[in-house]
Design a binder for this molecule. Structure first.
Ligand code: NAD
Length: 480
């Protein structure tokens, strides 16, 4: 039975490669479930690039998504070296879909090394920030730098989303995996926000673990996890690992959820070598459509489609990616089998009871410090000289000024005034200057840059901020 009187309009992006085949299969199955949806097919990716649209997303598609707010999307080919950007990145940036959600559950009839262990987890990955903001600079001809940007707001949004998602699926545990032991300010921010927010969800157990341990645990005992929240790059890597636990790319759905717009798609790409042959496995896209149906509140239809997929897999109707030789069915035949199984229930797998998800609203800024001070500056300079020569030149350059040289480090290891061990250096040096008295003013900083410019050319500058007496910068191993 339809769950709502008015059909919900969905933007449908068939995409490239196997995209039209798997989205076509999902569309037929959703329609056959009786879900009240109206599809608005639009273009993105290859066809848009062919029309000369460098972003890969035509304005009509942007207008459609702005109206419908919900998208079912096929994979889009990323153009290689033609000056175009990835249409996926364009979509993510345009609609701020900050939460990438990838469930992995053991499926009946799908053989994996983990079968029988009860794997049933969801990786929630922050989807906008981190190294993926793509802010990169060559510091010197041989040293590249990428900015790992993590905001308190971004952490709070993804952490609250992870707890809300757990609640919507009746899950009782959320794990947060970070590299906070090394990146205390960036990765540490996610851990701190997680520990701050967790008590607001007393019905859900919360644990923090280091992300390298999480990788190990995912392989050794994945059944211990339920929801795992991570920053962008860690989540990118470990969600791919996790999809391998559930049968691989043909079975891995995902949702990209923002405050206003949600995009549902399979984890896999365009699979060009099998495109147009009616052999692709549509399960991942169909399960993405199941997530979409739940998102729009069509819970009964979502359960019906999920059950029909499970019954189909249980009865060993498999596409060639997992079928034993000679028994494979094609994309169309698999979809036909799922449609024929609508109304039947899996013998072994019970869909979870779902409640609507509440996408959290987070204030624009977090707590503001009462007092802030600039207590120094790290000035990065380029030089092929030895550290003692650089130290002497910089000391002479600032002699008699308002600042003094405190230390010099190379790739995070302090080498001046004292050093420990042996370090192979590169030509980019971090030189820490502190005021002789009081705080560092902008005028003093500009004077510093002018003075040292003659000794060693500087490449970039970071102010050393203190917020309410707490250092907002990392120390070297020497503790400076
Ligand atoms: P891919 O996922 O397309 O293919 C990897 C392997 O898995 C191939 O052997 C492929 O045949 C197989 N495979 C993938 N999906 C399958 C399915 N449903 N059924 C059966 N087999 C399947 O990854 P790739 O080859 O690295 O990427 C191809 C293109 O897709 C690239 O242009 C890439 O940028 C793009 N891509 C897009 C998205 C997206 O739009 N979200 C995601 C990943 C890759």
């Amino acid at each position: 039975m339809p769950s709502a009187a008015t059909p919900r309009t969905i933007t449908l992006l068939p995409g490239d490669g196997i995209g039209p085949e798997v989205t076509g299969a999902a569309r037929r199955i959703v329609d056959a479930s009786g879900a009240r949806v109206r599809w608005e097919p639009c273009v993105a990716g290859g066809e848009a690039f062919a029309r000369g649209i460098a972003s890969g997303v035509p304005q009509e598609t942007i207008d459609s998504i702005s109206r419908t707010r919900v998208v079912l999307k096929g994979p889009l080919a990323t153009p290689l070296g033609k000056g175009e950007r990835s249409a996926n990145v364009t979509l993510r940036g345009l609609f701020e879909t900050f939460a990438n959600t990838r469930p992995v559950r053991e499926l009946p009839g799908v053989r994996t090394p983990y079968a029988g262990r009860g794997v049933d987890l969801v990786v929630v990955r922050e989807n906008v920030e981190d190294l993926y903001a793509g802010i990169e600079h060559m510091q010197t001809p041989g040293v590249a730098q990428g900015l790992k940007l993590i905001s308190r707001k971004g952490c709070e949004k993804i952490v609250r989303f992870a707890f809300e998602f757990a609640r919507s699926e009746g899950r009782s545990k959320v794990s947060c995996a970070t590299k906070s032991n090394i990146m205390k300010l960036t990765e540490g921010m996610l851990q701190h926000v997680f520990e701050e927010v967790a008590p607001e969800y007393p019905d859900i157990a919360a644990e923090h673990l280091l992300v390298d341990n999480c990788a190990h645990q995912l392989v050794m005992a994945p059944e211990q996890f339920s929801v795992i929240v991570m920053t962008n790059m860690n989540g990118d890597i470990l969600s791919d690992l996790a999809s391998g636990l559930g049968g691989g790319l043909g079975f891995a759905p995902s949702a990209n959820i923002g405050s206003g717009v949600a995009i549902f798609e399979a984890v896999h790409g365009t699979a060009p070598s099998i495109a147009g042959k009616d052999v692709a496995n549509p399960t991942a896209l169909v399960l993405s459509a199941v997530m979409m149906l739940r998102f729009i509140g069509a819970f009964a239809e979502a359960d019906a489609v999920e059950n029909a997929v499970l019954v189909t897999l249980e009865s060993h109707v498999h596409t060639s990616d997992i079928a034993r030789v000679g028994t494979a069915v094609g994309t169309t035949a698999f979809a036909d089998a799922v449609i024929a199984n609508l109304g039947r229930h899996s013998r072994t797998f019970v869909p979870r009871a779902h409640k609507p998800i509440r996408v959290p609203a987070v204030p624009a800024t977090g707590p503001r410090p009462g007092h802030r001070a600039v207590v120094g500056a790290d000035v990065f300079v380029e030089s092929t000289a030895g550290v003692d020569t650089i130290g002497t030149a910089l000391q002479q350059a600032v002699a008699g000024s308002a600042v003094s040289l405190q230390m010099i480090a190379n790739r995070g290891t302090q080498l001046w005034p004292s050093r420990a061990g042996e370090t192979d250096v590169v030509d980019s040096w971090r030189c820490r200057f502190v005021p002789v008295a009081g705080e560092l003013s902008d005028a003093q900083l500009l004077d510093l840059l002018q003075r040292i410019g003659t000794a060693c050319p500087w490449t970039h500058v970071e102010k050393l901020n203190q917020f309410d007496g707490v250092n907002g910068f990392s120390k070297t191993q020497e503790g400076r």
